[in-house]
Design a protein around this ligand. Structure first.
Ligand code: SAM
Length: 287
């Protein structure tokens, strides 16, 4: 398995396009793009995703400029499917830039949910602004804040697409195999846990928190969720099988992808439901 994973990480990755489905029907998109002699292959898991070996001069490509599609790995679509945004719901995207998942959250319900995209990095927030303008999405609101202590009225759903080591995207970020250190991963796990803890406070009772990363490192994935559930007994895992193909779902109900198994980036996502507000501790009454 490890050898297969390393070999997959050494392959040139395919480019994946996410069609802006409210704007253009994927069948029409496929026809249009194939008419340009562009070799595209439809995803077997999601009608809005297509793979292609290459796109010449991508940013000059008129369908891109006109907001017909975005470049996004299929694995990045899974946490958005787990959020399952519905019309009228308020969804906080706590680590939102450059806005790939915020945009897909908006596209998933044709702009009928309210997406609040938060990121602490101002220049990166500008990338979201540029992306949503290109895609013509109107229901995304931007806030610069630290997701670890951001406070707001409780939301229906919160996505924590946490900063991570990126060990699931080594085919695209080849530099990471030389740059990443165990000390950096330790630092990241602290931030990841703090972000998830705050997400737990920001969501309503009955609401959903989705924690996701683009790493395959268990310390940044399962261990973070386990620690969170230990500290927050008022949350449960909601198995991912209701929202995405079983191919991606682990025994615990998490979403997990691997380059050598699924032909996409390595990623992780967990859907958690808040059953109640903080459970009251047992109060001992003196006899
Ligand atoms: C994995 S990227 C998010 C990718 C994004 N969700 C998307 O799909 O395009 C992580 C983001 O978290 C942001 N970030 C890191 N620490 C943060 C914090 N404490 N509060 C808010 N954002 C943070 C980074 O600036 C970065 O943009």
């Amino acid at each position: 398995q490890t050898i297969e994973l390393c070999e997959a990480n050494n392959q040139r990755p395919l480019l994946t396009m996410r069609v802006n489905c409210p704007k253009i029907d994927p069948v029409n998109f496929e026809k249009k793009i194939s008419s340009l002699n562009q070799n595209v292959e439809k995803s077997q898991y999601n009608d809005c995703f297509f793979r292609t070996p290459d796109l010449p001069e991508l940013t000059e490509f008129s369908y891109f400029q006109e907001g017909h599609f975005s470049i996004q790995d299929e694995s990045a679509g899974l946490p958005c499917k787990l959020i399952d945004p519905k019309a009228g719901e308020v969804v906080l995207d706590l680590c939102a830039a450059p806005g790939g998942k915020s945009a897909y959250l908006s596209e998933l319900n044709a702009g009928k949910a309210i997406i609040i995209s938060i990121d602490q990095n101002f220049p990166r927030l500008n990338l979201i602004r540029k992306n949503i303008k290109r895609l013509g999405l109107k229901n995304i609101h931007l806030i610069q804040a630290d997701g670890r202590n951001f406070a707001a009225k409780k939301a229906d759903k919160v996505l924590v697409d946490a900063p991570c080591s990126g060990l699931g995207v080594l085919a695209k970020r080849v530099d990471l195999r030389w740059k990443r250190t165990p000390a950096q991963i330790n630092e990241l796990t602290k931030i990841q846990f703090e972000l998830l803890q705050n997400a737990g406070k920001l969501v309503k009772t009955g609401g959903v928190v989705v924690y996701s990363t683009c790493t395959i490192e268990p310390d940044e994935n399962e261990r973070i969720v386990e620690k969170f559930l230990k500290k927050n007994k008022n949350f449960n895992i909601d198995p991912a099988t209701r929202f995405i193909s079983e191919t991606f779902v682990t025994e615990e109900g998490f979403a997990r992808t691997f380059p050598h198994k699924h032909g996409m980036d390595g990623s992780f996502a967990a859907r958690l439901i808040k059953k109640s507000e903080i459970l009251k501790k047992n109060i001992k009454v003196n006899p």
